[in-house]
Design a protein around this ligand. Structure first.
Ligand code: CP
Ligand code: NVA
Length: 304
């Protein structure tokens, strides 16, 4: 396999996405059985963070360690990138020493530029546009609990943000039906949605959480103000009134529907405490599965 980047889910084929999840399940089983699996011995992943992180940082760092490699935490404030060294120059230099680079940043154009100049695979650890690693973990989690996600119905209630965009791309890769409910003014990117539909994704849209939740097998949401949008919090609270995933909203979903949230969550805003801490919620499995899904992704992209 030549060098590959993972900037969105659509950078891998449907077969490859499925292969990564199959491997994730195997790698997870091995870890739980105490068996070591070290295909990345001697390899280093550089991890560039322009934004905060708990799950992404820890899962990539622990994942590289468990795979026999090493990870470097590079917060932009502590590197020359934060002082204005061009992205292209940083990409040339870092990729001459690391075997892979993970980036969490703002504009998607930044990671695209980095990938253009990188000699090694670049992995998207979240941009303003997408968060593809999260969907690998989320689909792995759904399938552990409920079997194949193909043909199942996923409801997205809330902001048409990076997570919504990744659920949209995931409908192409994994063949679930997606029902979006986003307030006016906070809908997903039209071009990204149109492209997914063009590739065969079954996606419907409304501005009513109950319509989205109706007969869903999985209900998911995310914060109303993402990283970088903190100043819009008050304005967004008004726009998103009525978009809280409550026990009432969940009654419209199938009785065995799961609830997911990429975390961090704001109880009482996008989700009620009763739902996120209730019996339908699988948010802790989702968080743990970031480790297992990303180890499979790292193996896929970085092993010889
Ligand atoms: N879900 C997720 O990416 O979490 P962090 O922001 O903690 O990495
Ligand atoms: N949409 C959120 C996801 C955090 C993991 C954000 O971008 O801040």
């Amino acid at each position: 396999m030549g060098m590959r980047h993972f900037l969105t889910l659509l950078d891998v084929t449907e077969e490859e996405a499925r292969h990564i999840l199959d491997r994730a399940a195997i790698i997870k089983r091995k870890l739980k059985a105490g068996e070591s699996h070290r295909p990345l011995e001697g390899k280093t992943l550089g991890m560039i963070f322009d934004k905060s992180s708990t799950r992404t940082r820890v899962s990539f760092e622990v994942g590289m360690y468990q795979l026999g490699g090493h990870a470097l935490f590079l917060h932009s404030d502590a590197t020359q990138l934060g002082r204005g060294e061009p992205v292209a120059d940083s990409a040339r230099v870092l990729s001459s020493m690391c075997d892979g680079i993970m980036i969490r940043t703002y504009g998607h154009n930044i990671i695209q530029k980095f990938a253009e100049y990188s000699k090694v695979p670049v992995i998207n650890g979240l941009t303003d546009l997408t968060h593809p690693c999260q969907i690998l973990a989320d689909v792995l989690t759904f399938e552990e609990h409920r079997g194949s996600i193909e043909g199942k119905t996923v409801a997205w209630i809330g902001d048409g943000n990076n997570m919504a965009h990744s659920w949209i791309n995931g409908a192409v890769s994994f063949g679930y039906k997606l029902k979006l409910a986003c307030p006016k003014g906070y809908r997903p990117d039209e071009k990204l949605l149109a492209a997914a539909r063009e590739l065969g994704a079954d996606i419907s849209r409304s501005d009513d959480p109950v319509i989205a939740a109706h007969k869903a097998d999985l209900v998911s949401t995310d914060v109303w103000a993402s990283m970088g949008q903190e100043e819009e919090q008050t304005e967004r609270e008004k726009a998103f009134a009525g978009f809280c995933v409550t026990e009432g909203v969940m009654t419209h979903a199938n009785p065995d529907a799961l609830f997911m949230h990429c975390l961090p969550a704001h109880r009482g805003e996008e989700v009620s405490a009763g739902v996120i801490d209730g019996p339908q919620s699988v948010v802790w499995d989702q968080a743990e599965n970031r480790l297992h899904a990303q180890k499979a992704l790292l193996e896929f992209l970085l092993s010889d």
